[in-house]
Write a protein that binds this ligand. Structure first.
Ligand code: NAP
Length: 311
């Protein structure tokens, strides 16, 4: 398959790298020292599931020069999406699929605004991976799964392109299970990551500290319930007892885990605050639902980290 990977970071570098290493024609869009290192030395991936290298790797800083592809893996941060979306039309053929991987629930709609819903496969990456130097990606853990589906997939049915793409991901050495309901999965991930990210950042706490301090644990559950109420108000069919199930998942995570949101805010970097806590507040207001904890978290984090919403 011909695949364009827009953003060769933790997600694009790992999943795109696996696809390239398994024989697909993958072109990475990168920039700066990372681009130069990939061009000169290939893409080097250190992985809990087995190290590999893509050499030579096709890499460019000009997405417009790639031409039409079978699939686009959209793997930039939420605050980096806008200019990248402008490059999408040049990559589209009649059946090109654009897979989103961003945390939060708004990226599929932002992509659809540019290329139409039919081109979009809302997706979720479950992995812990990051750039650890120019040309180098580390996959530190997590299931390394990339879940995606058609925008309005009928339960149990898969389009031909989705079947082909899942097969490509699976044979590359990653995992791509078929979701029952991609929107419920997106919101379920949001229900985990946004309360954890917002409270972790505001309280400067690891997941271990959040879950084992009774008052913080109660706040985490309350914040998850706000996301649950919002999702249900928007017609999302979350699983029954989704908060209890997510807390069980929280209890299973390594005690020292933090989110990229917390780490980025702490380091004064641009962050995904707007697409995480900001989105809960925005969508709650739009849906006539109150989300007071998220409103407070947004206020605290934006006043403590001026510019956090600007990206
Ligand atoms: N990493 C994970 O483990 C993980 C897990 C689940 C979900 N996610 C989600 O996946 C999304 C991507 O995260 P990530 O961790 O893969 O981010 P990342 O490691 O920062 O990778 C993004 C890459 O895209 C590049 N980029 C951005 N705009 C570009 C442009 N216009 N042209 C060329 N390159 C460009 C960045 O380059 P610069 O460094 O030069 O900006 C960076 O190399 C996020 O929404 C995140 O929440 C990540």
């Amino acid at each position: 398959m011909r695949i364009a990977v827009l953003g060769a970071g933790g997600i694009g570098g790992y999943f795109g790298g696996r696809l390239a290493a398994s024989g697909h024609e993958v072109t990475f869009v990168a920039r700066g020292a990372h681009l130069e290192a990939i061009r000169e030395h290939g893409l080097v991936v250190t992985s809990a599931a087995g190290d590999f290298k893509v050499e030579p790797a096709r890499v460019t800083d000009d997405a417009g020069a790639i031409g039409a592809v079978d699939a686009v893996l959209l793997a930039v941060k939420t605050w980096q999406l806008r200019p990248v979306l402008e490059t999408l039309p040049a990559l589209l053929g009649p059946d090109t699929a654009v897979i989103t991987t961003q945390n939060g629930v708004e990226a599929p709609g932002q992509v659809a605004d540019v290329v139409g819903r039919d081109a979009v496969l809302p997706g979720i990456a479950k992995i812990f991976a990051f750039i650890d130097g120019p040309g180098r990606i580390t996959h530190a853990g997590g299931p390394a799964s990339l879940v995606f589906d058609e925008w309005a997939a009928a339960p149990g049915a898969s389009s031909d392109r989705v079947t082909r793409l899942r097969q490509a991901v699976t044979t590359s050495g990653a995992v791509s299970p078929a979701p029952d309901d991609i929107w419920a999965e997106l919101w379920s991930k949001m229900l985990f990551v946004v309360p954890f990210g917002g409270l972790g950042a505001a309280l400067d706490s690891t997941i271990g500290e959040l879950r084992s301090t009774p008052s913080r644990r109660a706040l985490l559950e309350d914040a998850m319930r706000e996301v649950e109420t919002l999702a249900r108000a928007r017609g999302i069919r979350l699983p029954d007892r989704v908060v209890a199930g997510t807390m069980a998942f929280v209890d299973d995570q390594p005690a020292g885990a933090t989110t990229s949101l917390q780490r980025d805010l702490l380091e004064g970097k641009p962050s995904e605050l707007d697409a995480w806590t900001g989105a809960v507040v925005r969508l709650a207001s739009e849906s006539g639902v109150d989300a007071p904890l998220h409103r407070l978290l947004l206020e605290v984090l934006t006043s403590r980290h001026p510019g956090a919403l600007l990206g």
